[in-house]
Design a protein around this ligand. Structure first.
Ligand SMILES: CC(C)(COP(=O)(O)OP(=O)(O)OC[C@H]1O[C@@H](n2cnc3c(N)ncnc32)[C@H](O)[C@@H]1OP(=O)(O)O)[C@@H](O)C(=O)NCCC(=O)NCCS
Length: 347
């Protein structure tokens, strides 16, 4: 099939400035992590996000260029070299609105999947927004829904300052056995092992039908991840709840503040370890970071986060903070081999 496109494969770390600019323009229109009315993704932001990754993460892009040099579409495969989930390859496909329904999306997926096969991966996994072309495309190529996630946002202007202050005050009687520690940027070495153990709490979050193993990070992997974030110029605000008696990390939360597209802050992991639940630590942790944002970063307009639609506890806290769903994304998955056969028939 002649798609009128020239497709090249590039390691994201090696993306040229021109490709980054074209990609920023394309993804500003197509990215499923954006909402209509959002400012465009800036090239300087995308450049660091694409090129700088932890040492254990490899990302490769297919870029489909049209005859007059415009970027028609892209796909990406993400491979993580860590102990768990070595069967998985993350994938994304984006096609410019004017180039859709010509088979380019299917072709871009078919082009990128062999990178995952060559690395021994069995399963591919991606996201598709419900009720939009992405979900229809995913179903058409044979990917199945493993979980549904809400993409939630709160405008900082809607954060309930008084309620957040009450959550902080409540900790005095609800959580007297705990104290908070805020760390900006990469965690210091002595906290990496305890943090690696604590962040395993994220495995308690529901995964529904996703074909995933529990995720475990080594201290070295965390160090590399934190360094990559710092090299992007992204600020990372971590707040830890420490159990006074044992010194153990009882809970954690983190915000990521990008260097260039400063209006949008991403909420990272939030978790309270099972023995420490029921003391309002989740509310306390999140309130402290949100209040700091209000006080120190008036240029931030929105906080964005993702939550499984089957995670009522996290959703309850987020709802009370003013987060509202702006979209539902299906996490889709499928074995690569049958997928490639099917794509071969489609393209
Ligand atoms: C999803 C996306 C990549 C599809 O790109 P595309 O080039 O239009 O896809 P294709 O032409 O290869 O479509 C392959 C099949 O998917 C299905 N499909 C794709 N878009 C569809 C739509 N809007 N409605 C119904 N079915 C659709 C069709 O069965 C299509 O085959 P057909 O055209 O012969 O009927 C594109 O719409 C996009 O960039 N969306 C935003 C990003 C996104 O959501 N990505 C998630 C991908 S999992």
């Amino acid at each position: 099939m002649d798609l009128g496109a020239h497709v090249e494969l590039v390691a994201c770390a090696d993306l040229e400035d021109e490709a980054v600019r074209a990609l920023a323009e394309l993804l500003s229109t197509t990215s499923m992590f954006r909402s209509s009315g959002d400012p465009p993704i800036s090239a300087p932001q995308l450049a660091v996000d694409e090129r700088i990754n932890p040492a254990w993460m490899r990302r490769t892009r297919a870029l489909a260029w049209g005859g007059s040099g415009q970027l028609l579409g892209t796909s990406v495969v993400q491979l993580e070299d860590r102990a768990d989930n070595r069967h998985v390859a993350g994938v994304e496909v984006d096609v410019a609105p004017g180039a859709r329904r010509r088979g380019l999306g299917a072709h871009l997926l078919e082009t990128i999947l062999p990178v995952a096969v060559a690395d021994g991966r069995r399963l591919c996994m991606g996201s598709a927004p419900e009720g939009e072309p992405g979900a229809a495309f995913a179903a058409a190529v044979g990917l199945e829904v493993g979980q549904r996630e809400h993409r939630n946002r709160v405008p900082t202007a809607d954060l309930p300052r008084d309620e957040l202050l009450r959550w902080v005050a409540a900790a005095q009687h609800e959580a007297p056995g705990y104290e908070l520690l805020s760390v900006d940027g990469p965690l210091p070495d002595h906290l990496l092992e305890p943090y690696a153990e604590a962040v395993a709490v994220m495995n308690d979050a529901p995964i529904d039908a996703l074909d995933l193993e529990d995720v475990t990070f080594s201290a070295d992997e965390l160090r590399s991840a934190h360094e990559a974030i710092a090299r992007r110029g992204t600020e990372r605000w971590t707040v830890l709840a420490l159990h006074r008696e044992s010194g153990a990390i009882a809970g954690l939360t983190e915000l990521f503040l990008p260097a260039h597209d400063r209006w949008l802050v991403e909420q990272g992991d939030t978790g309270v370890l099972a023995p420490h639940r029921g003391h309002g630590l989740g509310r306390w942790l999140k309130a402290v970071n949100a209040l700091r944002l209000l006080d120190e970063r008036p240029d931030v307009e929105v906080i964005q986060t993702w939550n499984a639609s089957t995670n009522p506890h996290m959703l309850a806290i987020n709802h009370a903070m003013g987060f509202r769903a702006v979209g539902v994304e299906a996490l889709v998955q499928g074995d690569i081999e049958p997928l490639l056969e099917r794509l071969g028939r489609l393209t």
